[in-house]
Design a protein around this ligand. Structure first.
Ligand code: DQA
Length: 153
């Protein structure tokens, strides 16, 4: 079974409370429940990790080596600042997909750069929670294709 790790960065634990006009009214527990439902539907194994600390996110990426087949990551504000997260993603070299609830390309200039995105095979932004659903589907297809290149024919 494909093993996916979802990593969420700072302040995502405050979903529902934080800027609901940007991030929606559903809370973090609702997101993790949906993630588990989508993983069941797609028949993939899925673990979720959230931290407000950059080093803890780096540790989680490092620990995924040998324990996960792919990473879905929303580094939140660290997207725009963290070379350490970029380097960790490059180090483990697992296929990674970047997710943002909001469309960062249409927001403030400081959100226009994504360091983590430079190590990701795909980005879903501006789709709310559904972005994670798309990321699960994408990574499943990507990993299946990688393991059996004939499968998509
Ligand atoms: C975010 C976008 C980031 O710019 C912001 O700092 C976040 C959330 C998103 O999911 O839209 O915390 O990653």
């Amino acid at each position: 079974m494909i093993r996916l790790l979802v990593i969420n960065g700072p302040n995502l634990n405050l979903l529902g409370l934080r800027e609901p006009e940007i991030y929606g009214r559903e809370d973090y527990a609702a997101l993790t429940e949906k993630l588990q439902c989508w993983a069941e539907e797609e028949a993939v194994g899925l673990k979720v990790f959230q931290s407000n600390h950059e080093g803890a996110l780096v540790d989680a990426i490092q620990a995924s080596y040998g324990n996960a087949d792919g990473i879905i990551i929303n580094p939140a504000a660290y997207t725009h600042t963290s070379i350490a997260i970029l380097d960790a993603l490059k180090a483990v070299a697992l296929p990674a997909v970047e997710v943002h609830l909001s469309d960062i390309s249409k927001r403030e200039p400081f959100r226009q750069i994504s360091y983590a995105g430079m190590a990701c095979v795909k980005t879903f932004a501006g789709l709310g929670f559904e972005g994670y659903h798309e990321a699960i589907r994408f990574l499943k297809a990507y990993l299946n294709e990688k393991n059996d290149p004939q499968a998509g024919l």
